[in-house]
Design a protein around this ligand. Structure first.
Ligand SMILES: [Zn+2]
Length: 128
């Protein structure tokens, strides 16, 4: 924002890094290692963004192979029952202001989040 001479728009990943809680780092680490490995063998995979969306891990890459797609889908699925703050087993719940949280009971209590109910697996959420 401050650098007005910037010509090329940096990706959210370049700007913000990992936009997730530390509880999800173990889910993301194998993906980052795989990208490094593939890139060191000639691939040109770019990380666009790694963030939390609707209480779920979302990984956006460009130019990536199917084997990474499978890893990402698995990590995204696992994130829906892993506390984003501490990594303990968690549930996706509706909290304050229609925000979705994937937090364990202790972390929900620590953040004083009022839980309005679980997010059903088949809840349709906006795609972006
Ligand atoms: Zn927790």
């Amino acid at each position: 924002m401050k650098n007005q001479n910037e010509k090329k728009l940096p990706s959210p990943f370049e700007l913000f890094g990992l936009e997730i809680g530390k509880g999800w780092l173990p889910l993301v680490d194998p993906i980052l290692l795989k990208i490094e490995e593939l890139n060191s063998h000639g691939a040109n995979i770019k990380i666009e963004q790694i963030k939390e969306k609707w209480g779920m891990l979302s990984v956006y890459l460009s130019d990536y192979p199917d084997e990474l797609e499978i890893m990402i889908k698995a990590a995204e699925e696992q994130s829906t029952h892993t506390c984003m703050n501490c990594g303990k087993p968690a549930q996706r719940v509706w909290g304050n202001q229609s925000w979705i949280y994937t937090l364990c009971p202790e972390c929900l209590a620590a953040r004083k989040i009022k839980v309005r109910g679980p997010v059903e697996a088949r809840t349709i959420l906006p795609s972006d």
